[in-house]
Design a protein around this ligand. Structure first.
Ligand SMILES: Cc1cc2nc3c(=O)[nH]c(=O)nc-3n(C[C@H](O)[C@H](O)[C@H](O)COP(=O)(O)OP(=O)(O)OC[C@H]3O[C@@H](n4cnc5c(N)ncnc54)[C@H](O)[C@@H]3O)c2cc1C
Ligand code: SF4
Length: 509
């Protein structure tokens, strides 16, 4: 795939095109491929660097954190009130967060679409309305069911405990082909088995003539009256510092910089002030994991990193899901120091891990920071905080029911506990800041709606305030999903792209 590297460009860069797509992740890649296939001239602008799949696959997890992840995974939402601080992870490279996913694929659940199309008035967003888009995306990224024999021992132990508690695991679907099961997906698949957009949609877009510009940060949308006519920004060096300017004149602009960054571009362009909705309504799917320590050898990294889930606790707004991390990361994140740390690290082969997420109501808000990254605050709704307590308890109970001698809970400063120790804990009373919480799914900061007073884009993805400016990433999702969002984000992007294929491009300015 031919890439224009901003770091190698000499001097300022001025380009012209039909459509400029900002961001090369799950949403942006889909739009670029669909529009290029329809004969439109497309440029994709990506802040992060480009690495070939082979180079990324050969990186150690610590190198991958530095070169492929945003801010080495140190971005966080600051908890307000009794909310935990939430470590929010994202990709920053050609392919965006798609490159670092666990590969888990879910369609947007029917009950979520019922809310969007009913209560929220987005009448086209029904299972039938989105069916062709889901199908096209699933075909393009090769979504397949993870066979039961790919489940790790870590997962089968959890499944056995869950069964004793009265619920069963179901297989997950993932965007993989010839997966060998090595649990390294979040640090880029070493075998090219994960069909992320850098090996699917972007090569397709490039083949159809799309120019992909890496190391290029978009600051603003250029406007002529109430119409978008291009973007301006900067070319970056290897360290992410600005080295020269970038201007692209375009007949149409599509923002797909993700829910964490698209709102910053809008704000810096002075767009969306009237509704005061830009950067609000962020949902995160707050997630935790629990570690079970068993007498037997588990070697939890043998198997697909994510292979099974359960929605049995959907009424509690919880989804439980298998997960694992490479040994080096597991070792590095174990608590303690000195001989005590060595003792714990020596038990790594006996550890099993399972996680889960809360189908949250929102409470995230994005503020302009002084530097590149925004400041994000998150006030967890009381019912979500209660759901988080329940999630930790049920994960721990399942491993104890499966015979774990101890469970390690996502609570800072707490040592492993047995069944009696777990019973004595009251998670509802625990200060939020003591809970170790993560998110891989920021969504909703430029939500779609039918009313310009309460949303940022209309039902076709065009911003209410500026014509020919569209958004096609996780920021337009009107609520959280309760399941991993990549297929939902891509299907929504495909829907917008298909509308744009048929919508006449405006004349050049
Ligand atoms: C560790 C991890 C694991 C995940 N696992 C799963 C999973 O298993 N299943 C699942 O469904 N989902 C998963 N997700 C979530 C999924 O990856 C995201 O929901 C999805 O990629 C969001 O798509 P997007 O287009 O909104 O943003 P992204 O894919 O993040 O793409 C946004 C891109 O825009 C670029 N950008 C930002 N600002 C600018 C700017 N100003 N100028 C130019 N470029 C810019 C970014 O660098 C990035 O490349 C995971 C995410 C992470 C981080
Ligand atoms: S489990 Fe291993 S082989 Fe399969 S997609 Fe993930 S990293 Fe690649």
């Amino acid at each position: 795939m031919s890439i224009l590297h901003g770091r190698k460009q000499v001097g300022d860069l001025v380009l012209e095109t039909d459509v400029v797509v900002v961001g090369s992740g799950a949403g942006g890649a889909v739009v670029a491929a669909e529009l290029a296939d329809a004969g439109q001239r497309v440029i994709v602008v990506e802040e992060g660097p480009y690495h070939t799949p082979e180079a990324m696959g050969a990186m150690k997890p610590s190198e991958s954190l530095r070169h492929v992840w945003r801010a080495a995974s140190m971005t966080a939402a600051v908890g307000i009130g009794n909310s935990p601080v939430i470590n929010v992870m994202m990709g920053r490279c050609v392919g965006g967060s798609s490159v670092v996913t666990g590969g888990v694929c879910f369609r947007i659940p029917e009950q979520v679409l019922a809310r969007w199309s009913g209560e929220m008035g987005l009448s086209e967003l029904t299972p039938q309305g989105l069916e062709p888009h889901f199908e096209a995306v699933e075909r393009a990224i090769h979504v397949e069911t993870v066979p039961a024999d790919m489940r790790s021992r870590s997962t089968t132990l959890f499944g056995a405990g869950a069964k004793r508690l009265g619920f069963e695991l179901s297989p997950i679907r993932r965007n993989t082909h010839k997966c060998r099961g090595r649990s390294k997906c979040n640090f880029v698949c070493p075998h090219g088995a994960k069909r992320s957009v850098d090996v699917t949609y972007l090569p397709r877009a490039a083949k159809a003539g799309t120019r992909i510009l890496a190391d290029a940060l978009v600051d603003q949308v250029l406007l002529a009256g109430d119409r978008a006519v291009g973007i301006s920004g900067a070319l970056l060096d290897e360290t992410g510092r600005r080295r020269s300017s970038l201007t692209i004149a375009a007949r149409r602009v599509v923002l797909a910089a993700g829910a964490w960054h698209t709102p910053i571009i809008l704000r810096d362009s002075g767009i969306g002030r009237a509704s005061r909705q830009v950067g609000r309504n962020m949902t995160l799917h707050p997630s935790v994991r629990v570690v079970g320590e068993f007498d037997e050898l588990v070697d939890g990294w043998e198997g697909a990193m994510q292979s099974a889930f359960t929605d049995a606790l959907q009424k509690d707004r919880l989804t439980l899901m298998s997960i694992f991390v490479p040994q080096s990361i597991l070792g590095a994140t174990m608590p303690g120091a000195g001989p005590e740390f060595m003792r714990k690290a020596g038990r790594i082969r006996h550890l099993a891990i399972f996680g889960g997420m809360v189908h949250d109501e929102g409470g995230g808000r994005l503020w302009r920071g002084f530097g590149r990254e925004p400041v994000v605050t998150y006030r967890m709704a009381p019912q979500d905080r209660a759901a988080l307590s329940k999630l930790i308890r049920v994960l721990a109970e399942a491993y104890l029911a499966a015979g774990a001698r101890k469970v390690y809970l996502p609570v800072f400063g707490l040592e492993g506990v047995d069944a009696a120790g777990l019973k004595a804990l009251d998670f509802d009373r625990l200060p939020g800041r003591k809970i170790e919480c993560t998110s891989q799914h920021p969504l909703g900061t430029c939500r779609m709606g039918v009313d310009p007073k309460t949303s940022v884009v209309d039902p076709d993805g065009e911003t209410w305030d500026v014509r020919e400016l569209y958004i096609a990433d996780g920021s337009i999702l009107p609520t959280s999903l309760g399941v991993n969002p990549q297929v939902g984000v891509m299907a929504m992007a495909a829907r917008i792209a298909w509308k744009l294929r048929d919508r006449k491009l405006p004349d050049r300015r």
